[in-house]
Design a protein around this ligand. Structure first.
Ligand code: SAH
Ligand code: DHB
Ligand code: MG
Length: 222
């Protein structure tokens, strides 16, 4: 099995289960045109986020790592029309691209794009005393994934779902040669936290697809 096969199968899934989608397609096109890196979730993964959010009846979602707003639009669709999404992005230029994409998708009112390092944006969120988030999608700088997970625990309630992207990275999580890589350390530290965290029940699923071999962690707050 190779990347070519994974690409073909992802295309097949996309054609059959996602299809042409003007708002999402335009979001990706404009992200590419603006020079954003091609690291958004795939259509199949975006739809998984949407289905997870709908499955738990999510109304309030927090995303850490907006990029061009591709995953944000999927999440917004899951909570529309009455819900809300807060999404945190460090890069002001990326956030501007995302805001345009999100507005074109019809979610300018529903999505709150906050510019700044997430570690700075998270404490004010906690201080706002809003209702707990029903779903948190962690998809920003990978070394800080454990910190974002800890913050997510403080911002959620029993029944909330925390999803962390890119935790497998071509199997680097178990590769001794990658022991010093801060990306990998982030994913390992997340799993060490989970080993000893009674507040959640978690699993990690390995994935292949158009974005290579990777995986995500799902943690349900008990
Ligand atoms: N969730 C997006 C992809 C996010 S890519 C999607 O699937 O469509 C990761 C994003 O995290 C990038 O846009 C990057 O600029 C942002 N990021 C990196 N470090 C960050 C930080 N410290 N705080 C907030 N965002 C950060
Ligand atoms: C990177 C970030 C992501 O969120 C992703 O899905 C893939 C790669 C990165 O920073 O390289
Ligand atoms: Mg990701």
């Amino acid at each position: 099995m190779s990347q070519d096969t994974w690409d073909d199968v992802d295309r097949y899934i996309d054609e059959h289960l996602v299809g042409a989608d003007p708002a999402l397609d335009a979001a990706l096109e404009d992200s590419t045109a603006a020079g954003l890196p091609p690291i958004a979730v795939t259509p199949a993964q975006g739809k998984l986020l949407y289905l997870l959010a709908r499955s738990i009846g999510a109304r309030a979602i927090l995303e850490i790592g907006t990029l061009g707003g591709y995953s944000t639009i999927w999440l917004a669709r899951a909570v529309a029309p009455a819900g809300s999404v807060v999404t945190l992005e460090a890069d002001a230029r990326y956030a501007a691209v995302a805001s345009t994409n999100i507005a074109r998708a019809g979610f300018a009112e529903l999505v709150d794009v906050r510019v700044g390092a997430a570690l700075d944006s998270l404490p004010p969120l906690a201080a706002e005393q809003r209702d707990p988030f029903d779903l948190v999608f962690i998809d920003a700088d990978k070394p800080n994934t454990p910190e974002y997970f800890k913050a997510a625990l403080e911002l959620t309630r029993p029944g909330s779902l925390i999803v962390a992207d890119n935790v497998i990275r071509d199997g680097a999580i178990v590769d001794p040669a990658e022991r010093e890589n801060p990306y990998v350390l982030g994913a390992q530290r997340l799993h060490e936290l989970l080993l000893d965290e009674p507040r959640v029940s978690a699993t990690t699923i390995q994935t292949v697809g158009a974005k290579g071999y990777d995986g995500f962690t799902l943690a349900l707050v008990n």
